[in-house]
Design a protein around this ligand. Structure first.
Ligand code: SF4
Length: 230
């Protein structure tokens, strides 16, 4: 594999190398993945964090100090998540940018059309955020559910022409807990109250013991993803 940096306009010609890189990093630590890819690609990197936990933000801020860490504020995040993001920012000294929907005002779309609501509150802000970016680091994990079970470490998001990197793809829930313990990280208070997966308050409920961890997301609907990762 070449060691020169990769320019975004070359991504589509490097699919083999991207797959090779992804395979090489299957057992790498998240921080190692983040620093290696950020150093390999010639262009800006963005880290999107949902602040369900602090691991991605901590790993990114430690591996690449000053890296652009972003929270997409849908206007419907739990108060606990806002508080938690502030706690992590203070604890790590990370750079945290908050982006919001481009045009919408508070409305009731979550009650009438969750696909449209996620599109204007999550997908469109993400698309705007990634314009001009070369690398997108996400918190996707394979144990999140069937739609994410084969998520690679690195792939090309050909629609947005960014390298999509999932540094936590192989992390289990136990790995997350171990990382939090090792680094003395706080936890989102909702995780102690039956929320193993945390999104917007209108579309997230706590789950019962034994239920799938994402069963509380859009509960009662066929919807399982917000569209950021599909
Ligand atoms: S998760 Fe619910 S409230 Fe949040 S953007 Fe999607 S539909 Fe709207």
């Amino acid at each position: 594999m070449t060691t020169s940096t990769w320019a975004p306009e070359e991504f589509s010609a490097r699919l083999g190398e991207i797959a090779e890189l992804s395979a090489e990093m299957e057992s790498a630590h998240p921080g190692e993945i983040i620093s290696r890819v950020a150093g390999l690609v010639d262009g800006p990197a963005v880290v999107t964090c949902s602040f369900e936990d602090a691991v991605l933000a901590h790993a990114a801020a430690t591996a690449v100090p000053g890296i652009d860490i972003v929270m997409i504020d849908t206007q419907y995040l739990f108060a606990e998540t806002h508080w938690f993001a502030g706690e992590i920012q203070r604890a790590t000294g990370m750079s945290l940018r908050v982006v919001r929907p481009l045009t919408v005002q508070p409305d009731n779309l979550w009650q009438t059309d969750t696909e449209a609501c996620c599109r204007v509150r999550k997908v469109e802000p993400l698309n705007a955020l990634l314009k001009g970016a070369a690398v997108w680091f996400t918190g996707v994990r394979r144990v999140d559910g069937p739609t994410r079970a084969s998520a690679p470490i690195v792939s090309l998001d050909s629609v947005r022409n960014v390298l999509k990197v999932n540094p936590l793809a192989t992390f289990t829930d136990e790995d997350i807990a171990t990382y939090e313990l090792l680094h003395g990280l706080p936890r989102n208070p909702l995780s102690e109250r039956g929320y193993p997966s945390i999104g917007c308050w209108p579309c997230t409920r706590p789950v019962a013991p034994g239920e799938d961890k994402r069963a509380g997301r859009w509960s009662g609907q066929a919807k399982t993803e917000c569209g950021l990762h599909t």
